[in-house]
Design a protein around this ligand. Structure first.
Ligand code: WT7
Length: 648
């Protein structure tokens, strides 16, 4: 932790404007009360919020029970998430979803429509013999049907695992087999950048590699492109729907029943199936939508995240729908047919709250700095970012050009594991500073801790970002791997704190600045990737002996991947740019486009310690064009550094 020191200094700060303050869900007083009431009695605080925000079938008896790292929330409470998202908002003539396809077809779905669609699909799933607790993989782009599939699972108590539709067949197969899913739901195809992506073909490949648990594949005819139809497994979505409207009573779920599993990268080759439960997850996603996004029933909330990520779960589907607002979903590329697509959608649909990733902001800023000027973006009242630290230049552009210098920006820090925003400004209250996610939300007890376990109180000193007290939407574990759960998130400080894996510092005003990861995880375009996962995929190539993956700063992606590779003796002739290109595509096929290394360099050996550990720190220096820093005395083969440096 010695090297962590901050070089960023940002003096600009922004107060929320009066119009916003006058209507915001939280005020200075209300926020203060929330913080106070948490401090006085954390159980009473959470219990009250849970009763205010969730419709319970049966009230709970305890608030937080159990011991680290196995906490339980709202035991004996009974509820159903789909009921909270749908049943309580019907008969109100309210719009639930505005869907824009890449080729600009618009579909509007009311809460009533959505309720009936979900009920009908739930009935169909039930007819397939699925029962509470069964796992269902959803491999679909962000369309209404994907949301219908998620909510239907929730209605029946089936545990869904949405797999990002850009993932390769191998990544898909791994996830199916890890959670032993019975059913996979997919589409024939979808469009990205004008091209047809044949999702069903990827599913076929995954199944052909072996997925013994899968009984059926349900295919929604999205594009009506030709697919291979395997009679033994495949069924069409529209053919299993009952011809008359069915109503399915929501399954009575216990608070701690699993709602979903979502896979995320860790520092080993194997992704982790993060488990989220029913009540706790729902509560934090509702309150953060109200507090941080200031959501109200007349908002049109566009969160650009794909449903394959946690952001899509909490801020496209569950949170906003359980809050009763209208969501906009766009199922296409941000730059198709042109780089002003986002601004066009905002103008045409009068989006009020817009939430996207710094990488998207940087891309759109780079490709069309002044394009937003052509659009009327006055409907916007609040902007958000997530996924990685946002650089102040992009923040200010976002503020001036998209927000017309009028909209608060909420920079929200959280993780797949936390389920919902943990550190973020309260838009009607918090003074924002470009580049910081500001303060912890009420109920979230954040600490910055040195490696030896001491709380760091000195301003601007970096340390491990931890969460000191349990919270309702915390992960309940890793599917099928309790030991890994304990090791990854709790061991470092002996079960005392939840370890986020991030490093951070607090400035003089108490603003929290995220500094990066402390493990072997890189953040490319706001997506978390385990370097080990990429290394294993490179090493699985027949010609490759060893690989080490590090990241370097990239103008648009935030971080980009540099892979250092050595080849087996009989293949050293392949140390060519052409083979480097082949390897990049190899990784893309194995994991997905987002993991494709930006750079690959070959060398005769990798720098190692005498005990054989690859010294990634040195490779990082090289990739980042820095001087080799720190001690190299443990290096076994010092002359290799010269060769590595020459390559770049
Ligand atoms: C990691 C979590 C949470 C949804 C998107 C990514 C980084 C996330 C911020 C932010 C700086 C951020 C952290 C975190 N991160 N938000 N506002 N500022 N860094 O979810 O894939 O679970 O990744 O993303 O490093 O640990 P995820």
């Amino acid at each position: 932790m010695k090297n962590i020191e901050s070089k960023l200094k940002e003096s600009r700060s922004y107060k929320p404007n009066n119009t916003f303050v006058a209507q915001s869900n939280l005020t200075v007083n209300l926020l203060e009360q929330l913080h106070k009431s948490y401090k006085n009695d954390s159980d009473a605080f959470w219990g009250k919020l849970a009763r205010q925000n969730i419709d319970w079938i049966k009230d709970f008896k305890t608030i937080c029970s159990g011991e680290a790292p196995f906490y339980k929330w709202f035991e004996e409470g009974k509820l159903n998430v789909s009921e909270n998202c749908l049943d309580r908002y019907i008969n109100k003539n309210k719009l639930a979803i505005i869907h824009i396809s890449e080729d600009d077809k618009k579909k509007s779905i009311s809460y009533d429509d959505l309720y009936y669609l979900v009920n009908n699909f739930s009935y169909a799933l039930k007819q397939q013999g699925l029962i509470k607790g069964d796992r269902v993989i959803i491999y679909m782009p962000t369309t209404p049907e994907a949301i219908i599939a998620m909510l239907s699972c929730a209605r029946l108590g089936l545990i869904h695992s949405v797999v990002f539709a850009g993932f390769s067949s191998e990544s898909l197969q791994n996830r199916i087999n890890d959670c032993k899913a019975k059913i996979i739901i997919t589409v024939d195809g979808f469009k990205r950048n004008g091209k047809i992506i044949k999702a069903k073909e990827t599913v076929d490949q995954a199944l052909s590699m072996g997925c013994p648990s899968i009984r059926n594949c349900i295919v929604f005819k999205n594009l009506k492109n030709k697919i291979e139809f395997n009679k033994n497994i495949d069924i069409y979505w529209d053919e299993i729907l009952s011809s008359k409207q069915q109503i399915v009573k929501p399954e009575i779920m216990s608070s701690e029943d699993l709602l979903f599993i979502l896979y995320t990268s860790g520092s080993t080759g194997k992704p982790k199936g993060i488990m989220h439960t029913t009540a706790g997850y729902l509560l934090n996603s509702i309150i953060t939508n109200k507090w941080v996004f200031d959501l109200k029933e007349n908002d049109i909330f566009w969160c650009t995240a794909d449903i394959g990520w946690i952001t899509g779960h909490s801020y496209v589907v569950y949170g906003p729908l359980a809050t009763g607002s209208t969501i906009l979903i766009y199922d296409g590329a941000p730059t198709y047919p042109d780089v002003d697509r986002f601004w066009d959608i905002i103008e045409k649909n009068k989006v009020t709250v817009f939430y996207t990733a710094p990488t998207a902001i940087r891309t759109l800023m780079k490709l069309g700095e002044n394009l937003p000027d052509k659009y009327n973006l006055e409907s916007l009242r609040l902007l958000g970012t997530v996924g990685e630290p946002i650089n102040p230049k992009a923040w200010v552009w976002y503020h001036n050009k998209i927000g017309n210098s009028n909209c608060p920006i909420v920079d929200t820090w959280w993780q797949t594991e936390t389920g919902a925003n943990m550190i973020a400004p309260i838009p009607g209250v918090t003074k924002t500073v470009p580049g910081t996610c500001t303060h912890p939300l009420p109920g979230i007890d954040i600490g910055i801790i040195s490696d030896d376990g001491r709380e760091i109180t000195k301003a601007n000193q970096g340390g491990n970002l931890v969460i000191k007290k349990p919270w309702p939407s915390m992960l309940r574990g890793i599917w099928g791997d309790e030991t890994r759960y304990q090791k990854t998130y709790w061991k470092k400080f002996k079960n005392k704190y939840y370890v986020t894996g991030d490093t951070a510092r607090k400035d003089e005003d108490g603003n929290i600045w995220i500094m990066g990861r402390s493990d072997d995880v890189v953040n490319v375009s706001g997506h978390r990737l385990g370097t080990m996962e990429i290394e294993s995929s490179i090493v699985s190539h027949e010609y490759v002996a060893e690989a080490a993956v590090v990241s370097y700063k990239h103008e648009v992606k935030g971080e980009a991947i540099h892979a250092f590779v050595t080849l087996k003796n009989n293949y050293i002739d392949y140390m060519t740019p052409e083979f480097a290109e082949d390897l990049r595509y190899w990784v893309k096929d194995k994991i997905g486009s987002i993991a494709k290394p930006e750079r690959i360099s070959f060398s005769n050996a990798l720098p190692k310690t005498r005990s054989g550990k690859i010294m990634r720190r040195l490779l990082r220096n090289i990739a980042r064009g820095e001087n080799i820093s720190g001690d190299t005395s443990t290096l076994e083969n010092e002359n290799i550094l010269k060769q590595l440096q020459n390559i770049l």
